[in-house]
Design a protein around this ligand. Structure first.
Ligand code: C2E
Ligand code: MG
Ligand code: MG
Length: 610
C-alpha cells in the first residue's frame, strides 16, 4: 500500500449504503460516474476529475456505532490510523453517530469525522460543541450524491496525507531519521492508555552515550554526527532483530544530543526490558568507524517500567533518565533499573554539586599521601596524593562519592588543577627539605584528560612549583584511555615529552586490552586492589596476579600492587617479583604533616643504619 493511500472507515447500519460507499471509493471515478455527472463535474467542479483520478482508498466498514469505535481502536493498536470516518447519524436501536464520534475522537485527535445526517435528525451546532475540534468535524446531508462522498473523501484524505507529511517534518529527527521527542511522547500517551486498559506493562529505556561530549568537543561535530547516525542504526538493528512480542510496536527516538529513547509498549515482565538493554550493550561491543577514527562508544541505559516506576509520561521519563544517571555513576557502559531510593540519592548529589562549587575557595580540600614501597630495595619510592573533602554541611565525603559528581558537573577540571598544583608544591617542598621522594603520583580523571589544554596545565603546575617534571606521575584509568585511543596516544606522547611519568590505575578492572596498551607510552601498571585481596587464599587469584606481573614486565612496565593489607599478601607479591606495593600494610594515606613526619623517620632510620 502506498503512503498516499487514504484510509476510510464507513459506519452505517444499512448494508446497501455500505456497499455503495465501497464501490464508489474503490473504482476509478470515470467508471462510476454517469455521463450527466461527468458533465456536471466538468462544468461546475473542474477540480473533481484531477484529484480523484490517482487516489487509492482502503475502505473498512462497520454496521453499528460500537463496531465503528472498535474498528478505530483496532486500527490504532496496529500502529495505523484512519484518515476519514463516515458516521451515519441514526443507527437504531444502538447508539448514534454522535456517540461514536465522541468515542472515536477520544482515541484519535487527528481523524476527520464526517457525520451523515438527514436534516431533521441532528443539530450540527450542538454536536460540534460536544466533539471538538470543529475543524475536524464535517456534515454530509442525506440524501447525498455519490459524487459528493468521493469528493469529500479525497479532499479530507489528501488533507490528512499533507498533515502526515508535515508531521514527518515536525516529528522526526533529520540527522538519524528517528522519531523525535514530541512524537515519542504521542506514542507514549497512546501506548500508556492501552497498557492501562489491558493491564499490561510498558518499559522506557533511556539511552545515553558515554563520553560523547568529550568526543564531540575534541574530534569535531562531523565525527559526532557520524557517531549519532551509527548509533541510531545499531539501535534499529537491535529492535529489528528482536524476535518476540517485546519488540512489537516498539518505538525508537532521539531525544536530543546523544540521548535516545526506546519505548517497549508490550513487555510481559520487567526483566524483558533488561534483556533488550543487554542486547543494546552487546551491539556496542565493537569499535565504531567514524571518519579516520576508530572509537569505542558505549551507552549507559536507564529503565523505567509502567506501572511500577511511574503511571504517567513525565514520571516514567524522569525516572528512566534518573536511572540512566545512576548507570553512568556506577561506571558507565551499563544499565540500571529505576528504584525509589534514586530520588533521595539524586537529591544528595545535587547538594554535593552545590557544595562542591565553592569548595576550593572555602579551602575545603586537602591531600593525603600514601607511600609506595619498592620491594627490591625496601625503600619508599613514591607517594600517591589522594584528595580529601571536608564540608560543613556534608562532613567528610569520600572521593569515590564526590569525584563522579565533580566529573559530571565539569567541576573536576578546576578541582583537578588544584590537586596538581597542591601535590607538585608539596613534593617540591619536601625535596627542598632534603626528604627522600622519588615520585609524586596524582590521579587524573578522564574528563580532565579530555581538556584540549590538559598538557599545558600539567606543565604549568610543574613550572609554578619548581618541581622536576620527572618526579611527577599521572595515574590514569584504562577506560579513560581506551574511549579515544588516537587522542590518548597523542596526549600521552606530549606528557612523556615533558618527562612526566604515566601509570595505569586500577589496572585489570576495565577493558584490559594489552594490545592497545602496548601502543601507549606508559611506565607503570597499578594492579587493582580486587586482584590482591584474594592472593593469599586462592590459587586462582595468585595465578591472575602472577600473569599480570609477567606480562607487564615483558612489556617493560613496572607493576605496583594496590591495597596490600597484610603480611601474607606481601609475601606472595615478593615471590611473584612484583616491583612495588602500596597499601595499609605499609601505611595508610596520611595528612601532609603526618606524611612529612613519616618521611623524616625514614631519613633518621637510614642514617642510623649507616
Ligand atoms: P585509587 O587511585 O585507586 O586510590 C587508592 C585508593 O585505595 C585510596 O582510596 C586509598 O585510600 C585506598 N587504599 C590504599 N591502600 C588500601 C588498602 O590497603 N586497603 C584498602 N581497602 N584500601 C586502600 P581513596 O583515597 O578513598 O580514593 C579512592 C579513589 O578516588 C582513588 O582510587 C581515585 O580513583 C580517586 N581519587 C582520589 N583522589 C583523587 C584525585 O585527586 N583526583 C581524581 N580524579 N581522583 C581521585
Ligand atoms: Mg590512584
Ligand atoms: Mg587504584
Amino acid at each position: 500500500m502506498s503512503d498516499d493511500t487514504i484510509r476510510v472507515l464507513v459506519v452505517d447500519d444499512e448494508r446497501p449504503i455500505r456497499e455503495a460507499y465501497r464501490e464508489l471509493l474503490s473504482a476509478p471515478p470515470t467508471a462510476k460516474l454517469t455521463e450527466a455527472e461527468l458533465l456536471r463535474a466538468r462544468l461546475f467542479d473542474r477540480e473533481s476529475r484531477k484529484p480523484t483520478a490517482a487516489t487509492d482508498f482502503e475502505v473498512h466498514t462497520a454496521e453499528s456505532a460500537e463496531g465503528g469505535v472498535n474498528a478505530v481502536r483496532a486500527k490504532l493498536e496496529s500502529g495505523e490510523s484512519f484518515d476519514v470516518v463516515f458516521l451515519d447519524m441514526r443507527m437504531p436501536p444502538g447508539p448514534d453517530g454522535a456517540w461514536a464520534a465522541s468515542a472515536i475522537r477520544a482515541m484519535d485527535p487527528n481523524v476527520d469525522i464526517v457525520i451523515v445526517t438527514a436534516y431533521s435528525d441532528a443539530d450540527p451546532g450542538e454536536i460540534s460543541a460536544r466533539i471538538p475540534p470543529a475543524e475536524k468535524l464535517f456534515y454530509l446531508h442525506k440524501p447525498f450524491h455519490a459524487h459528493e462522498v468521493r469528493q469529500l473523501a479525497v479532499a479530507l484524505g489528501r488533507k490528512a496525507r499533507a498533515e502526515a507529511r508535515m508531521r514527518r517534518l515536525a516529528y522526526f529527527d533529520p540527522l538519524t531519521g528517528l522519531a523525535n521527542r514530541e512524537l515519542v511522547r504521542e506514542h507514549m500517551s497512546k501506548a500508556l492508555a492501552l497498557a492501562k486498559r489491558h493491564g499490561r506493562r510498558l518499559a522506557v529505556l533511556f539511552i545515553d552515550l558515554d563520553n560523547f561530549k568529550r568526543i564531540n568537543d575534541t574530534l569535531g561535530h562531523s565525527v559526532g554526527d557520524e557517531i549519532l547516525k551509527a548509533t541510531a542504526q545499531r539501535l534499529r538493528d537491535v529492535v529489528r532483530e528482536g524476535d518476540t512480542v517485546t519488540y512489537m510496536a516498539s518505538q525508537l527516538a532521539r531525544m536530543g544530543g546523544d540521548e535516545f529513547l526506546l519505548l517497549l509498549p508490550e513487555i510481559a515482565e520487567t526483566k524483558d526490558a533488561a534483556i533488550v538493554a543487554r542486547r543494546i550493550m552487546r551491539a556496542h561491543g565493537t569499535p565504531l568507524q567514524a571518519g579516520r577514527h576508530e572509537l569505542f562508544i558505549t551507552p549507559s541505559i536507564g529503565i523505567a517500567v509502567y506501572p511500577d516506576d511511574g503511571e504517567d509520561i513525565e514520571t516514567l521519563l524522569r525516572n528512566a533518565d534518573l536511572a540512566m544517571y545512576f548507570a553512568k555513576r556506577t561506571g558507565r557502559s551499563t544499565f540500571q533499573h529505576y528504584d525509589a531510593s534514586m530520588n533521595a540519592t539524586a537529591l544528595k548529589h545535587l547538594t554535593m554539586e552545590n557544595q562542591l562549587r565553592g569548595a576550593i575557595d572555602r579551602g575545603e580540600f586537602s591531600l593525603h599521601y600514601q607511600p609506595q614501597t619498592d620491594l627490591k630495595t625496601g625503600r619508599i619510592c613514591g607517594m600517591e596524593a589522594l584528595l580529601r573533602w571536608s564540608n560543613a554541611e556534608l562532613g567528610d565525603v569520600p572521593p569515590l562519592e564526590f569525584i563522579p559528581v565533580a566529573e559530571e558537573s565539569g567541576l573536576i577540571n578546576a578541582i583537578g588543577d588544584w590537586v596538581l598544583h597542591a601535590a607538585c608544591a608539596q613534593a617540591s617542598a619536601w625535596l627542598h627539605a632534603g626528604l627522600p621522594l622519588e615520585r609524586m603520583a596524582v590521579n587524573v580523571s578522564a574528563v580532565q584528560l579530555g581538556q584540549p589544554d590538559f598538557v599545558d596545565r600539567v606543565a604549568h603546575a610543574c613550572q609554578q612549583s619548581g618541581l622536576d617534571p620527572s618526579v611527577l606521575e599521572l595515574e590514569l584509568t584504562e577506560s579513560a584511555l581506551i574511549a579515544n585511543l588516537d587522542r590518548a596516544r597523542e596526549t600521552l606522547d606530549r606528557i612523556k615529552a615533558l618527562k612526566v611519568q604515566i601509570a595505569i590505575d586500577d589496572f585489570g578492572v576495565g577493558y584490559s586490552n594489552m594490545n592497545h596498551l602496548k601502543e601507549l607510552s606508559v611506565d607503570r601498571l597499578k594492579m587493582d586492589r580486587s586482584f590482591i585481596s584474594g592472593i593469599a587464599k586462592h590459587e586462582r587469584d595468585r595465578a591472575v596476579s602472577s600473569a599480570i606481573i609477567s606480562i607487564a614486565q615483558g612489556m617493560k612496565l613496572r607493576v605496583t600492587a594496590e591495597g596490600v593489607e597484610d603480611c601474607e599478601q606481601f609475601d606472595v607479591l615478593i615471590s611473584q617479583h612484583c616491583d612495588e606495593i602500596q597499601g595499609y600494610y605499609i601505611a595508610r594515606p596520611m595528612a601532609a604533616a603526618e606524611a612529612e613526619a613519616y618521611l623524616r623517620t625514614l631519613v633518621r632510620a637510614r642514617r642510623a643504619a649507616g
